[in-house]
Design a protein around this ligand. Structure first.
Ligand SMILES: Nc1ncnc2c1ncn2[C@@H]1O[C@H](COP(=O)(O)OP(=O)(O)OP(=O)(O)O)[C@@H](O)[C@H]1O
Ligand SMILES: [Mg+2]
Length: 342
């Protein structure tokens, strides 16, 4: 089955592992708990999970448990009957009912009160809900996916999160690593966002100077992908020329990374797993060699042949032009072609 990555950019092996599990768990009805620091892409991942599930054409209903006042959360989740409380002038279905057949996304589940946690546990066990002020239970067919940036195990030990609910939710844990652990993904994402924001502002895409790349790569990104995204938007507005230099970066970042001259070369993108190559290009892996039953030399020669052929075709056989397209000298091209003849 092919994975719909839903705009999730990344080629790091840490992210590829997340995709591998996602692909397996998506078509099941298992409960999934997504963890990760703020801004690591938890919501994006949960949407991808739904899109890859058998429920994809049914509702996806997110609810941020941390953003809704405690007194309202229960009726928001389970709905209420007319007269259930002072302002309940008419009956209203809750998010669980709206999500029937689909997926409910309980975001920031770590913020939920213990008394409500019991009720979520009940939905998980009995597959039924009860509206506030209601008189009976109602069956619902909803897949529950939850996310948190808290360490729930720690919350359990502090008595702030129910242990039984934790285990019920954590059937399939998906952990999104922080951006600083995704190596070359930092620059991949930086360029992706730069291009998107520059396009939006109808200006030529800004280019990151080598030293700027070093700085972005070395920075620890406490706000993860969200911080990087906002930051690229800022550059697309503030930078005047076509190139982003270290001097264009905020002092906060420059201070955090120290002397630019001392910084290591930026991490190149990891060899991507096929499943997460959103640009349609992926560096070959050993698996590719195996699949084509080739050794390294034969594999590289084949790639070279294909590129030479393409260049010659594009330039209608004019060797000067073909060589230019390939970035080699005309004489080198001729030599290569001679070798291929024998
Ligand atoms: N791998 C990625 N590729 C492209 N965009 C991403 C990626 N990860 C995150 N984003 C973008 O970064 C922003 C933050 O992502 P998201 O809201 O999913 O994070 P979150 O983990 O839910 O954060 P929080 O804990 O603060 O709610 C979004 O605009 C999202 O589109
Ligand atoms: Mg979120």
């Amino acid at each position: 089955m092919e994975l719909k990555t839903n705009g999730i950019i990344g080629q790091s092996t840490t992210l590829a592992e997340v995709f591998r599990v996602l692909l397996k768990v998506a078509p099941t009805d298992s409960t999934v708990l997504v963890t990760g620091e703020s801004g690591t892409g938890k919501e994006l991942l949960v949407r991808a999970l739904h899109a890859n599930s058998l429920r994809a054409d049914k509702p996806f209903v997110p609810i941020n448990c941390g953003a809704i006042p405690k007194e309202l959360l229960e009726s928001e989740l389970f709905g209420h009957e007319k007269g259930a409380f002072t302002h309940a002038i008419r009956s209203r279905p809750g998010r669980f009912e709206l999500a029937d057949g689909g997926t409910i996304f309980l975001d920031e589940i770590g913020e939920m009160e213990l008394s409500l946690q019991v009720k979520i546990l009940r939905v998980l066990q009995e597959k039924e809900i009860e509206r506030v002020g209601g008189i009976g239970a109602k069956k619902v067919d909803v897949r529950i996916v939850a996310a948190t940036n808290r360490d729930l195990e720690q919350e359990v030990s502090k008595g702030l999160f129910r242990e039984d609910l934790y285990y019920r939710l954590n059937v399939i844990p998906l952990h999104l690593p922080p951006l600083r652990e995704r190596g070359g993904d930092v620059l991949l994402l930086a360029e992706f966002f730069l291009q998107r924001f520059c396009e939006k502002k109808q200006r030529p895409t800004l280019i990151l100077a080598p030293n700027a790349r070093k700085v972005l790569s070395a920075y620890r990104w406490p706000g993860n992908v969200r911080e990087l995204e906002n930051f690229m938007e800022r550059l697309s507005i503030l930078v005047d020329g076509d190139v982003v230099h270290p001097a264009d970066l905020p002092q906060k970042i420059l201070n955090a990374v120290g002397d630019v001259a001392e910084l290591p070369e930026p991490t190149p993108p990891d060899a991507p797993a096929e499943v997460c190559a959103p640009h349609g290009f992926a560096w070959p892996t050993l698996e590719d060699l195996g699949r084509h039953h080739m050794g390294l030399k034969e594999f590289l020669d084949t790639i070279e042949d294909k590129l030479l052929e393409e260049a010659l075709e594009k330039s209608d056989g004019v060797k000067n032009q073909a060589a230019e397209l390939l970035g080699i000298k005309r004489t080198t091209l001729i030599e290569k072609l001679k070798k291929k003849m024998v």
